[in-house]
Write a protein that binds this ligand. Sequence first.
Ligand SMILES: CC(C)(COP(=O)(O)OP(=O)(O)OC[C@H]1O[C@@H](n2cnc3c(N)ncnc32)[C@H](O)[C@@H]1OP(=O)(O)O)[C@@H](O)C(=O)NCCC(=O)NCCS
Length: 377
Amino acid sequence: MSPADTISVPSPEFLYFRQASVREKLICWNRNSASWGGLLNLPDYLGRETLNGSQLMTRDGQIKYWVLSSLDKPPAEGEEEPDTIYAACETLQKPVIVKTKDGDCTEEISYGIASVYTNPKCRRKGVASVLLARLAKWLDTEGNCRVSALYSDVGKDFYAVHGGWMPYSSNQLTVSISPSETKYTAHTEVKTKPLQRADLKHLCKTDQDTLKSQFQSLALPPDTHARFTFLPTFAQACWHFGTEEYICEKVLGKSPMVKGALVDNNTWLYWTHDFAEKKLVVLRVVASGDKEGLVARLKGLLSAAEKEAREWEFGKIVAWSPIRELVEAAELLEKEERGIAVDVADRENDSIPSLRWHSAEVKGLTLWDPNEKYAWC
Ligand SMILES: CC(C)(COP(=O)(O)OP(=O)(O)OC[C@H]1O[C@@H](n2cnc3c(N)ncnc32)[C@H](O)[C@@H]1OP(=O)(O)O)[C@@H](O)C(=O)NCCC(=O)NCCS
């Protein structure tokens, strides 16, 4: 970047962290489209961001758009706007459940942090560091937030150092599907039912209820200070579905109707389609029933996912923080020698789950379970 393309940054006392006006929000989206536009052209990307902000999970102020600006309030309508936005981010309000070692178990409001972005003209000048410090202050005061989370695309250290979001396991199951094996034939004795959006409404409610009672009844592992998770709500699932449907409609002129698969009410999963990376992303795996026969039931669900992936000509299926039985089920598919390969590894650089307690106080080990992609934002 030539010196002409860079801008100087005021010292922190002249930088204000505040909510963006509608016009400022658009300026930010125009800028960050370069990073997150994916398959969409600019007008479509702006449309997607508008949609993302008006879903069941985000409407009525549940998503907040923040800027770090040299102006303490947005410029008046019609006023000339010089480059006054140095960085931006979003907070998405979401329900979580927290259990501490003293047995206290509460459902509360938390925030997912997303879209942390510095104007390319002033990168590596400490701007994001200031933004994150101000955001952390807001979470600890007005935000009244006991625990918040984000998913780092810039490694494990940056957010830990700047604000105290500590990195967590980013274990991921990847089931690669050979493109040559295009014809799908079911290789499972277990019968599965495809899930549509409407089916998930009551299933997600049951999932949350089961999880809540598990949190209440199960003791924490020794040496663990707390257990935490985002509740897997229907609203959150719909937020993912809204995005995939929008992108698919714009790029391919159709919509993915199958959202998951079910064996029985205790064994099912849902997914989202990543059209840019051509992968089926499992958002949540529910395996709350009997352990006996679980691997076979999960194999049935993975076969349904394979069928869906092949229909869209995707090269892989991924699932975060897979339980042991899910990996075993994937390995059974691999053994059938139909061009399936299984790998389990940490994501080292992208989407690293990171958790911050109020005031960045690390009180001890926190078990983040489940820690699946459904909660990503
Ligand atoms: C990541 C980002 C927000 C950092 O903003 P910034 O204002 O330049 O950050 P700061 O100046 O406060 O801190 C710089 C530090 O960030 C870290 N950093 C920046 N980009 C990084 C990257 N791509 N990978 C790993 N670390 C990175 C480095 O530790 C760097 O320190 P260094 O300059 O001594 O190496 C900015 O690069 C950006 O907007 N990137 C595109 C969008 C994005 O990826 N956002 C993060 C989503 S989780």
